[in-house]
Ligand binder design. Structure first.
Ligand code: SF4
Ligand code: SF4
Length: 325
């Protein structure tokens, strides 16, 4: 639960004459199917990795079946699947099929290298057949910076994954959206999204023949593995000051918690994936588990905030879809 004292984010809201944050509608069900991942990235905000195999941190079939019911009910327009590497959860494909049957748009937050994993040889074709939007994380267009953050060899694997998607039409066809996600490799804010997209296009498209639709710039959130790194490197306080000093009230309108609800592997509901990782459930006044899902109530809920929320309102703002202003 949020502390009784006013957190740094609330302080910033008050300073700019803003009231408490609240949702304004519910378009997207963002489902975190678990922490199992084939990578171990330094900035990972969910502490994912190949070691995260437990039933306590990965969504089981019972909860997945409830998610499927909600998706089939037409309560949301978008199913946003995340993890870990969501594709490694045995329920992933079933959820995708259910959503597409119901006419729900599906987004897969893909780390690209998972497309090369044993047993996933048909994954790219599966995604293309169902017209799943792929949101692919690629911290940078250079091997050294990407591998430093994500592990040796990840850049080359990511390019192979991108080429596999491109061969199917991803990145060039309108119905096969391929968006890339950039995040800074240190304790600083991302640069201008349009300028970075031009750089990525020059290096990846012009230089290497990789097609993609858009680049999303995401601010590193001061939680989980990235927060540990900030503390270890002595950068935590200065990074929080950077976020607070860059508070941009214009970013409040586009915050993802205003139109999305996040489902944890155990079915509990959170205002976003970051709150989920911090163990902050939605307000006690609204349904707190997917089995009690009520879209009308959740669409008007107060949002639970804490100091990490400054990561979403710094500079151009940040959400799962990149800059918000
Ligand atoms: S950042 Fe993504 S790809 Fe990297 S360990 Fe975390 S979930 Fe896996
Ligand atoms: S971390 Fe961002 S998306 Fe989540 S509740 Fe805070 S402001 Fe909203």
């Amino acid at each position: 639960m949020p502390s009784c004292s006013v957190n740094r984010f609330e302080q910033a809201l008050r300073k700019h004459g803003r009231g408490e944050l609240a949702a304004e509608r519910l378009d997207t069900l963002q489902v975190n199917v678990g922490r199992l991942c084939n990578q171990v990235c330094r900035h990972c905000h969910v502490d994912a990795g190949p070691h995260q195999t437990g039933a306590d941190v990965n969504m089981g079939p019972e909860v997945a079946a409830i998610v499927e019911r909600v998706v089939r009910s037409g309560a949301v327009r978008v199913l946003d699947l995340t993890g870990g590497a969501p594709e490694l959860n045995p329920s992933f494909r079933r959820l995708v099929e259910a959503a597409r049957d119901a006419g729900v748009h599906v987004m897969d937050r893909c780390n690209l290298s998972v497309l090369l994993q044993p047993g996933q040889e048909d994954l790219a074709a599966f995604l293309a057949d169902r017209r799943v939007e792929v949101v692919a994380s690629l911290p940078f267009y250079r091997r050294d910076r990407t591998d430093r953050q994500r592990g040796a060899g990840v850049f080359d694997q990511s390019l192979l994954g991108l080429r596999r998607l491109n061969e199917l039409g991803y990145g060039s066809r309108d119905d096969l959206r391929l968006n890339l996600v950039y995040n800074p490799t240190g304790a600083f804010l991302p640069g201008d999204q349009h300028a970075l997209e031009r750089e990525f296009r020059r290096e990846l498209t012009d230089g290497l023949g990789i097609a993609f639709h858009q680049l999303f710039c995401i601010t590193n959130m001061p939680i989980a593995r990235f927060a540990e790194w900030l503390h270890r490197s002595g950068n935590y306080e200065s990074y929080m000051a950077v976020l607070a000093n860059a508070f941009n009230p214009a970013a409040l309108e586009g915050l993802m918690c205003r139109n999305l609800i996040s489902v944890a592997p155990d079915g509990t509901l959170h205002d976003c994936d970051f709150n989920q990782m911090l163990g902050l459930p939605v307000s006690a006044h609204v349904p707190r588990h997917i089995r009690e899902f009520d879209s009308a109530v959740l669409a008007r809920r107060p949002v639970v905030t804490d100091s990490h929320c400054l990561g979403c309102t710094a500079g151009a703002g940040s959400s799962c879809g990149g800059a918000v202003t």
